[in-house]
Design a binder for this molecule. Structure first.
Ligand code: GAF
Length: 388
């Protein structure tokens, strides 16, 4: 069975610094680290002004960065072993493409604040393409690095906005902002209740072990992509639904009102997911406030998955296999997490059943001839910070 080891921050930082020296010569000015995340519940509703409940993972991205005195940017990553070199003035939508867009895009978004050229080396323990927010971890660690190195002293809200713009405008992924918010605002031992309508946040203590459960993260190893049009199509459907309903947000609508104002079956199902999911997040937050992270929370998670699978249509055979297997083997509940179309699932499991649930997930994947999954540890970790 594949368990992904957590890499200690020191080793992650050493990896980034070693890559830096090898690629560029000399030492970096510093190393900054930002976490990946899982989302407990509240999926595909951040861009709809909903409520989401993510927490940071102990898997993270480290960037080793050195300021330059010109406008050149060089970026290298252990994931790809490729170096991208460009000029700040050349960065724009679609240029560069691929992973470098997430780094270059942040420099682009912060240019008006006086950012210059840098060399950057990236080393990460967040699996890429797993729906665990490797892109936001990269953007946010790098945004923090630029803030420090160019003495910008920007509020984290502005760094979050710059990271979102990098992803939306330069990488071309029209994502909603949950991932950048949790990377920049996470607190160890807490989930973050983020209100995506007004941007307000509340830290909620999350003591899974204390309530006799564990959260199993299952990377299905079926890569997910958020730039292939499906994600954007979901956003567009909600825009159309809002226009037809004559509202600017679905937030606050009750299900009957929302559904009775629409004719198209697909739009009805998309809206039903959004409105019902917002309700589930409210209920989940209440449960966590009472320290109840067991069966009732599990039921909400499973209902969320069913809604994402049937109404929102963003699941995949790999995710459904993991969720169904987890439930068969005694999980309180399970669901896909993140953008979907592949990527990762999570299962809330009584502590004594972790191995049995993992075994059943592996067997199910084999039975359906799907890739063998990888399991990750999920203890709520802290936010982006400077390591040295
Ligand atoms: C991806 C996006 F980046 C987030 O903004 C969010 O929409 C999520 O998918 C789905 O909840 O992670």
């Amino acid at each position: 069975m594949n368990w992904l080891d957590v890499i200690a921050e020191e080793d992650l930082a050493d990896g980034a610094a070693a890559l830096f020296r090898n690629a560029f010569g000399g030492d970096p000015d510093g190393v900054w680290i930002a976490p990946g995340r899982v989302n407990l519940i509240g999926e595909h509703i951040d861009y709809a002004g909903g409520l989401v409940l993510p927490f940071a993972l102990p898997y993270a991205t480290a960037v080793a960065v050195r300021r330059r005195e010109d406008t050149t940017m060089r970026a290298v990553s252990t994931d790809t072993n490729q170096t991208w070199t460009g000029q700040l003035g050349e960065i724009g939508p679609g240029n560069p493409s691929g992973w470098a867009a997430y780094v270059a895009g942040v420099s682009w978004a912060l240019q008006e604040h006086g950012v210059g050229g840098v060399d950057v080396a990236v080393h990460s323990s967040v699996p890429v393409g797993s729906g665990l927010s490797s892109s936001a971890a990269l953007e946010c660690s790098f945004a923090l690095a630029l803030d420090d190195l160019f003495d910008l002293r920007l509020d984290r809200k502005l760094l979050i906005e710059a990271s979102i713009r990098a992803e939306n405008e330069i990488a071309g992924a029209s994502t909603g902002g949950m991932d950048q918010n949790i990377a920049m605002s996470a607190e160890t031992g807490h989930a973050l209740l983020l209100d995506c309508l007004d941007g307000s946040t509340r830290q909620i203590p999350l003591d899974l072990a204390g309530s006799g459960s564990r959260l199993l993260v299952i990377d299905t190893n079926a890569p997910h992509r958020l730039v292939d049009g499906q994600y954007g199509a979901r956003r567009e459907a909600l825009d159309i639904a809002c226009a037809e309903l004559g509202v600017t947000t679905l937030r606050g609508l009750d299900l009957d009102t929302a559904v009775s104002g629409l004719v198209d079956d697909t739009l009805i199902r998309r809206v039903r997911h959004v409105v019902s999911e917002i309700g589930r997040v409210e209920q989940a937050a209440e449960l966590l406030d009472r320290g109840a992270a067991g069966a009732a929370l599990g039921e909400l998670m499973t209902a969320s998955h069913v809604s994402l699978r049937d109404d929102y249509e963003v699941s995949s055979p790999e995710l459904d296999s993991a969720v169904d297997a987890a439930r068969r083997a005694g999980a309180y509940g399970a669901r896909m997490t993140g953008g979907g179309f592949g990527g990762s699932a999570i299962a809330l499991v009584p502590s004594n059943l972790v191995q049995a649930v993992a075994d059943e997930i592996v067997s199910s994947a084999a039975r359906y001839e799907l890739p063998p999954p990888t399991f990750l540890t999920a203890e709520p970790a802290g936010s982006a910070h400077r390591f040295f």
